[in-house]
Design a binder for this molecule. Structure first.
Ligand code: ADE
Length: 224
């Protein structure tokens, strides 16, 4: 899968996608992530990409021209399956959306800043708008990193059997059960005996039961 990210602060994306599982995905050639600086398509030699909003009011708006030219230049290589604008008023991102996006080949993320991007870009180029939660970030970069990570780990071959995404929280609409490692007793706190029993059927039953309890308690909305 090829992910392209358009940003005015590409530095924000340098570290989060270059370690751990995202690094492995890229090293294995299963994922490429290219971050493009929007200022390459600025309207003047000062690198301008934003301007005051019509109608007045505080805050700048990202201009049509740099965005349109950037999207067209990047699409010319090969069209995108989705052009996704990260914005707090977008559709709320979740595991189902991650699963769907992981099946695409080529995605473009547009990171907003300031007051956001000119509405005409949203109308004429953007195919999908996503939010990572009901709070406002300083820009879309961290949201793009979150979504790239959530998608990247689902690509076949990225995770091994032990870390398989099939057992993640939310994959079956349930939160993950508790996990324990050695020692089996720490400061008098014991690991549930069933996990030491070696009885795999019982262990699976216990995990499923714990997942249900945890989901009922913490996220009853998922139980519907
Ligand atoms: N940009 C600013 N806040 C955001 C959010 N919550 N989700 C996605 N993009 C954003």
């Amino acid at each position: 899968m090829d992910i392209h990210i358009l940003s005015v602060v590409p530095e924000l994306l340098e570290s989060p996608l270059q370690h751990s599982i995202m690094k492995r995905a890229q090293d294995k050639g299963l994922l490429t992530v290219q971050v493009h600086h929007l200022r390459q398509w600025a309207v003047n030699e000062y690198g301008q990409v934003d301007d005051y909003q019509f109608g007045g009011g505080a805050g700048m708006v990202m201009m049509c021209e740099p965005l349109a030219r950037a999207i067209e230049a990047l699409s010319a290589e090969k069209p995108f399956d989705e052009i996704i604008y990260l914005t707090p008023d977008g559709e709320r991102f979740n595991q189902q959306i991650a699963n769907g996006l992981s099946l695409k080949e080529r995605l473009l993320f547009i990171c907003g800043h300031y007051k956001g991007i000119d509405e005409r870009i949203r109308e004429h180029f953007v195919t999908r708008e996503l939010s990572i939660g009901d709070y406002v970030l300083s820009g879309g970069e961290l949201a793009a990193a979150v979504i790239t990570d959530a998608i990247g780990r689902l690509l076949p071959g990225v995770l091994n059997d032990e870390t398989s995404a099939l057992f993640d929280s939310f994959q079956d609409n349930l939160l993950a059960p508790p996990v324990y490692t050695r020692p089996d007793e720490f400061r008098g706190w014991k690991v549930p005996p069933v996990l030491l029993s070696g009885d795999h059927r019982k262990i699976e039953e216990w995990r499923h039961d714990q997942a249900l309890k945890r989901t009922e308690q913490r996220r009853p909305d998922l139980m519907d």
